[in-house]
Every structure is written in structure tokens, then in C-alpha cells.
Design a protein around this ligand. Structure first.
Ligand SMILES: Cc1cc2nc3c(=O)[nH]c(=O)nc-3n(C[C@H](O)[C@H](O)[C@H](O)COP(=O)(O)O)c2cc1C
Length: 181
């Protein structure tokens, strides 16, 4: 069977989103996909990929500007591909349904630009000692706790599901190609 090439493009300031992107990449590669994991700023072309996963950490209730830019620049191609989003945030350190809905809303602008087949929402990590004074004031005003809240088992299980969804989508499009006159 043909293997497909997936790009995982991420925007991260302090590394926790990057490590989640890498963990997702490892799962997809173990399942048999070919995977490239790159910061959004380093992606030049996306024509070679059969699927794209875009992840951003959340700052001040929004995706990082470089991730939003990436989607705007590559909009045409992204609309033609299976696309998956994920977000990494502080709110989900306390994973209530209210927090889930609140964080899901942060992706509204991206989802209106191009609808993904899946949106993952993960809790990230915060180390106050690595923040500037302004950043610390900002996270404290939001009540975001310090610590590493990444649930690796959930992240890997989500990546397994994404693999299955993509595999199904590719199998369907191959079948449609075969029945086309
Ligand atoms: C200045 C600042 C603002 C943040 N704003 C939010 C926010 O509005 N909502 C939220 O859920 N998390 C917020 N966070 C938490 C980050 O999303 C979380 O720490 C994430 O893991 C950071 O990802 P990174 O290590 O890839 O940069 C904020 C963090 C910082 C430092």
C-alpha cells in the first residue's frame, strides 16, 4: 500500500507545543505514514503533502499569529487536503466542559477559513521562571497554573484516531478514483 506524507506544522513559544507535535509525528510514523514536523515559519511549500496537521499554542485567547498567517498563506491548498488542527493551552489543565468549549472557540477564525476534519485540544505546560514580567502578569491574571499538564496518553490516543481518519479518507478517495469512468 502507498504511504502518505503528512506535514505537522506547529507554532510554539516555549516548546510544549513543539514536543506535542513531535509526539503526534512519532505515532503517525509508527503506524506507517511518512511525517515531517516543522515550525510553521520554516514551511515553504505544502504541495508535496497529502495531509496537513497545524498546531498552535494559545496566547491571550488566540492562536499564535504565525500559525494564523500559515493558514492564510496556504489557504487554497489547505482547502483541497485533509486538514487537522490542534491547540495547546493552559485552560485545559482543568479540563471542564466549559473550558473545552471556551478553548474550542479560539479556533473559530481558523475553522471559518478552512474546516478541518478534526480539532484536538490539549493542556500544555507553564514554567513561570521562563516568562517575562509582562507574561507572568498575563498568566496570573488568567489564573493559569504553573506545571506540566500534558497528558501524553491522551495525545497519543488522539494521534492514533487521526491516523485512522486519514487512512479511511485516503482509502475512500482511492476507491472513488477507481470507479471513475
Ligand atoms: C503570555 C501567555 C499567555 C497565555 N494565554 C493563554 C490563554 O489565553 N488561554 C490559555 O488557555 N492558555 C494561555 N497560555 C498558556 C499556554 O497556552 C500554555 O502554557 C502552552 O503550553 C504554551 O505553549 P508553548 O510552550 O508551545 O509556547 C498563555 C501562556 C502565556 C505564557
Amino acid at each position: 500500500m502507498q504511504t502518505w506524507l503528512v506535514l505537522i506544522a506547529y507554532a510554539s513559544r516555549l516548546g510544549s507545543t513543539r514536543e506535542i507535535a513531535q509526539a503526534i509525528g512519532e505515532v503517525l510514523a509508527q503506524r506507517g505514514a511518512r511525517v515531517e514536523v516543522l515550525p510553521v515559519e520554516e514551511v515553504q511549500h505544502i504541495e508535496d503533502y497529502q495531509a496537513i496537521i497545524v498546531g498552535s499554542s494559545i496566547r491571550d485567547q488566540a492562536w499564535l499569529p504565525e500559525a494564523r498567517r500559515f493558514i492564510q498563506i496556504h489557504l487554497d491548498r489547505l482547502q483541497a487536503l485533509p486538514l487537522v488542527y490542534f491547540m495547546v493551552c493552559g485552560q485545559m489543565s482543568n479540563p471542564t466542559p466549559e473550558h473545552f468549549h471556551e478553548v474550542y472557540e479560539y479556533s473559530r477564525e481558523m475553522r471559518e477559513l478552512v474546516e478541518p476534519i478534526e480539532t484536538g485540544i490539549f493542556s500544555g505546560s507553564l514554567d513561570y521562571s521562563r516568562l517575562s514580567h509582562e507574561e507572568r502578569v498575563s498568566v496570573l491574571s488568567k489564573g493559569l497554573p504553573e506545571g506540566d499538564f500534558r497528558r501524553w496518553q491522551d495525545i497519543r490516543a488522539w494521534a492514533e484516531d487521526v491516523y485512522d481518519r486519514l487512512q479511511l479518507q485516503f482509502a475512500r478517495s482511492r476507491a472513488e478514483e477507481n470507479i471513475r469512468p
